[in-house]
Design a protein around this ligand. Structure first.
Ligand SMILES: [Zn+2]
Length: 234
């Protein structure tokens, strides 16, 4: 990668056109890692809990946890084919699920400080060993360049950002006080420091991408409120 050029090449076929100068410091620090699920088999919450969730923490309009929601414990119908995925989600809820050992590989102290971790259980109450839900105390928006849409949920105010094609990147410096962030793609974002020594290719059904940090967005949407994705109270 050469930040002095007008094109940043990151892997095969990944070319990010850069407009104007890049006000970015050392290249090693100017990228973040993003991992998200490839699973086509989300977990399914039991109907009774889903109904109750819609009256409490789950927004009925956008079907996402309301901003400020912390630990979420879910009860699922069964272990689906997605049970082996290192990252997954609970269908119709935007609740992210991870293998516990993947989270812990990011550092126990970081995880307990930066993520709200919940349980995944079966209807009979038995916990599914090794699977947990997670919510970031801080979130970051993975921005795009083409086919982008953004709105705030009219019910809960959550930032709803979609980008289906084009290059992806982050904008500006990450929120202070955390090293691991939740992405709107039910994924995790973390720095080079956290990624050091990790073999992210070994995990089942996840995509790992390296995201540059741009000083300004290239999706035409300008500055977006990062607090719309903030789940903490501090
Ligand atoms: Zn909502």
């Amino acid at each position: 990668m050469n930040w002095g050029n007008l094109t940043v090449t990151m892997g095969i076929g990944y070319q990010l056109p850069v407009c104007g100068q890049m006000a970015i410091g050392k290249s090693e620090d100017a990228v973040f890692h993003h991992i998200y699920s490839q699973s086509m088999h989300p977990l399914e919450m039991v109907a009774g809990q889903y109904k109750q969730a819609l009256k409490t923490w789950l927004c009925p309009a956008c079907k996402s946890p309301r901003p400020g929601t912390k630990q979420i414990d879910v009860v699922v119908e069964r272990m689906s084919a997605g049970g082996k995925a290192a990252l997954n989600l609970v269908m119709g809820t935007d609740v992210a699920v991870a293998r516990r050992d993947l989270l812990l590989s990011l550092g126990t102290e970081r995880v307990s400080r930066d993520l709200y971790v919940g349980t995944v259980a079966l209807r009979d109450g038995s916990l599914i060993d090794g699977l947990v839900t997670f919510r970031g105390r801080r979130s970051m928006l993975v921005r795009g360049s083409k086919n982008v849409s953004y709105q705030c949920c009219v019910e809960c105010g959550k930032a709803l950002y979609f980008s289906t094609i084009g290059n992806r990147y982050l904008v500006g410096q990450p929120p202070l006080g955390a090293e691991i962030f939740e992405s709107q793609m039910w994924g995790l974002i973390f720095s080079n420091e956290v990624a050091k020594g990790l073999d992210l290719a070994k995990w089942d059904r996840i995509t790992h991408e390296v995201l540059p940090v741009l000083p300004v967005p290239i999706d035409g949407l300008g500055h977006l409120d990062p607090l719309a994705g903030d789940n903490s109270e501090d």
